[in-house]
Every structure is written in C-alpha cells, then in structure tokens.
Design a protein around this ligand. Structure first.
Ligand SMILES: CC(C)(COP(=O)(O)OP(=O)(O)OC[C@H]1O[C@@H](n2cnc3c(N)ncnc32)[C@H](O)[C@@H]1OP(=O)(O)O)[C@@H](O)C(=O)NCCC(=O)NCCS
Length: 193
C-alpha cells in the first residue's frame, strides 16, 4: 500500500473525472454500478447556477472518494424505487438528494466523507434546499453508511428491501446477480445558513 503523503482536497467533480470515478466505484461498491456514461449523466443533473453539486476527494492527485448530489427539482427517485415523502419534514420540491458517497477503504473513518457532505450541505442551502434525502446501504461495511448519515443528522424514515435489485451490476456487498441489499431511507433538515 502507498503511504499517505499530501493533504486531502475536495473539489467539484468534472466530466474528465468520469473514468476514475467509475473505476473507484467498481472497486468499492461493485462492477458496473457507475459506468462512465452514467457518471456524466449525473453530472448533467447536478449542474446548477452556482456550480456542479457533486464532488471528489483527492490525495496526491489520486481519487480517494466521491459524492454525487442532486439539487431540488432534478430528481424524484434514487437508483431503485422506494420513497416515502409523506414522512419527510418538507416537500420533494425543496429536497436535495444524496445519491452516493464512497471513500477508499484505506481512507475510511478519517473525516473525508464528512467533508464531502458538509460541502454538499453548504451548496444545497445556496440553491434553496431545506432538506436532504438519502438511501443508506444497510449492508455497508462496518455499517458505515447508516452510521455516517446518522452522525450527520439524518434520521431513518423507512426501509426498502431489495432496493437495488433492478440495477444491472454485481454488488460487492451481497455478491448476488440481483442485489438483495436493503436501503434505509433517511432524511435531514437543512437549517438556514
Ligand atoms: C460511508 C462513508 C462514505 C463515510 O465516509 P468516511 O470518510 O469513512 O466517514 P468519516 O470519516 O467522515 O466519518 C463519519 C462517520 O462515518 C462512520 N464511519 C466511518 N467509517 C466507519 C467505519 N469504518 N466503521 C463504522 N463507522 C464508520 C462513523 O459514524 C463516522 O463518525 P464518527 O467517526 O464520528 O463515529 C465511507 O465509510 C464508505 O465509503 N463506506 C462504504 C460505502 C458506503 O456505505 N457508502 C455509503 C452508501 S449510501
């Protein structure tokens, strides 16, 4: 394993990042979860007047994590189907979506996920979001997904079994061709800046 050297920096994701984001996702979540074409489509949807609301974390020029975020009005479901807006503290029209966040195994638990989220919260507030919705991966390594979101102030509102079953990828968690993992729908209120 290469020794960590320089600091981790957070910046907006660009179209040029698509191959590296896709390769990191293949390794961290499962083969073909984020093919480069899909990364580019999410980046189109993440574009706003203040910039693109999706980010990468880099150390020494190497991608070590990423977060996709969709602004209000640019999403109405995640990768699967299963949303309960009637349990949310605000309307879909004011909700941003935390699409996915992955941090390299060797870098997990060092605050990179939190920095990616805090950048996203600040930008979402600037585009008028009052809440954020996410689908947490119940079977994530070390329960890191749910714990991460809970620590950031998200609360669970529903569970969706086999949420990713329709996504054509090989899940690194359950390793089933039709993913059997469960999503925990979680919501956070975004206080005004
Ligand atoms: C979830 C994830 C993105 C968080 O990023 P991170 O950089 O590791 O998280 P941070 O260091 O900012 O820590 C924030 C919180 O995440 C949780 N967490 C992070 N690493 C963890 C680990 N190894 N075990 C348990 N919880 C962990 C903790 O609750 C932590 O808060 P705390 O340290 O105050 O207890 C990252 O751990 C990851 O990629 N996990 C696997 C993939 C995944 O589940 N992605 C989310 C899909 S929705």
């Amino acid at each position: 394993m290469t020794a960590r050297k320089g600091p981790v920096t957070i910046r907006e994701m660009t179209l040029e990042d698509a191959p590296a984001v896709s390769a990191l996702a293949d390794r961290l979540v499962g083969q073909d979860y984020y093919p480069p074409g899909l990364v580019r489509r999410y980046l189109e949807r993440a574009r706003t007047a203040i910039g693109t609301l999706s980010y990468v974390a880099e150390r020494d020029g190497q991608l070590v994590g990423f977060r996709f975020v969709l602004p209000p009005g640019r999403w109405d479901e995640g990768r699967g189907s299963g949303l309960t807006p009637e349990r949310w503290p605000g309307p879909l029209s004011e909700a941003g979506y935390f699409q996915s966040c992955f941090v390299d195994h060797a870098e997990m638990g060092r605050g990179i996920g939190r920095r990616l989220a805090e950048r996203a919260f600040a930008d979402l507030r600037r585009v008028g979001a009052t809440l954020v919705v996410a689908h947490s991966w119940k079977e994530s390594p070390h329960d890191s997904s749910r714990r991460y979101l809970k620590r950031l102030g998200f609360a669970a509102v529903a569970e969706h079994p086999r949420y990713w079953a329709e996504v054509d990828y090989l899940c690194g968690g359950c390793k089933q061709p039709d993913c059997v993992c469960t999503a925990i729908e979680m919501v956070k209120v975004l206080p005004p800046a």
